[in-house]
Design a protein around this ligand. Structure first.
Ligand SMILES: Nc1ncnc2c1ncn2[C@@H]1O[C@H](COP(=O)(O)OP(=O)(O)OP(=O)(O)O)[C@@H](O)[C@H]1O
Ligand SMILES: [Mg+2]
Length: 297
């Protein structure tokens, strides 16, 4: 025991000291801005792996570091819109209207109340029908890509640093639209049993889109989410993923953290809700890594 009655050798004390050191490091970190807009689809057809949580928190962290970021909510559940504090019920213009061609992205974009650099093109429940409605439409795979190009050519969208697209848990037309609109794919992988199940199918889909629809697409980033240091299984998943995807896996691990799961019920990202909490610190570190890596893979 130290003379203050505080045992600095306990795991909890070590964890706190580590968190304090990392918070300090983030306070003076230099985060480069990209030379051109980076469009990143956040995808995994498996449900509940942390896609939306990753999308909104990485976006909020990048915005906190000064980047201008648009989150495109491409999931009918609208969880990304909720987490960014944006109303997505009733009669608003949403990404559904953009896909069916009755609105432009500029008509849908709302500034998140937590940061003027953080924008969202919200989704509404209508989007649930879009998978089917799109089937018979012309250029059905290119609708988001074309709309995003028009937005980026407009005054409102010309100075975006990042566009992060939150995909639904499926590999249908909505996710294909995201893959055609993006240059990069980021896959969140939950640190649990069967973590890699389905990832090879996802990678095959990325390759198919790259081969047929969007030659520029690359799997640039893998982020391990909901890591629980107390289980051997979580560490095993980390080792497996790092072995399979050595070049793409970020060093940062996102810990399982109550603050991360609480934040959306306040209509906030964890970056606004509790910036010093372990999950918020980890998401900021992930954002720094993403910004520094650029498109290298
Ligand atoms: N690091 C974390 N710590 C604690 N809870 C988390 C963490 N990341 C995500 N969660 C919780 O896990 C659940 C699933 O996360 P999320 O909604 O981000 O996954 P998803 O892949 O977007 O799900 P879906 O496939 O339904 O779109 C949510 O309740 C979220 O709050
Ligand atoms: Mg989601």
């Amino acid at each position: 025991m130290s003379d203050r009655g505080f045992d600095a050798t306990t795991p909890l004390a070590a964890e706190l000291a580590d968190l304090t050191r990392r918070r300090r490091a983030l306070a003076d970190v230099a985060v480069p801005r990209p030379t051109a807009t980076r469009v990143i689809a956040v995808a995994n057809q498996k449900g509940g792996v942390g896609k939306t949580t990753t999308c909104v928190n990485v976006a909020a962290a990048l915005a906190r570091f000064g980047a201008k970021v648009l989150v495109v909510d491409l999931d009918p559940q609208g969880n990304a819109s909720t987490a960014l504090g944006i109303d997505h019920h009733g009669d608003i213009s949403s990404i559904y209207d953009v896909l069916v061609g009755t609105s432009e992205i500029a008509d849908t974009v709302v500034v998140s109340p937590e940061n003027s650099q953080l924008l969202c093109a919200p989704s509404t429940l209508d989007l649930a029908g879009a998978e089917i409605e799109l089937v018979t439409m012309a250029a059905r795979e290119y609708r988001l890509a074309r709309a995003l190009e028009r937005y980026r050519e407009s005054d409102a969208g010309s100075d975006l640093d990042y566009v992060l697209i939150d995909c639904p848990p499926s590999l249908g037309l909505l996710t294909i639209n995201a893959f055609v609109a993006a240059r990069e794919v980021m896959i969140p992988i939950q640190c649990e049993y069967y973590a890699l199940e389905g990832v090879s199918q996802l990678v095959r889909n990325i390759e198919l889109v790259k081969g047929h629809l969007n030659p520029q697409l690359a799997l640039s980033t893998i982020l391990l989410t909901m890591f629980d240091a107390r289980t051997n299984l979580a560490q095993q998943v980390v080792d497996d993923v790092r072995e399979h995807f050595a070049g793409q896996t970020l060093h940062t691990l996102i810990p399982r953290s109550v603050r991360v799961s609480e934040a959306p019920s306040y209509g906030q990202t964890v970056i606004a809700y509790d910036a010093g909490s372990p999950g918020a610190v980890a998401y900021q570190e992930a954002a720094v890594e993403i910004a520094r890596r650029g498109v290298t893979v």
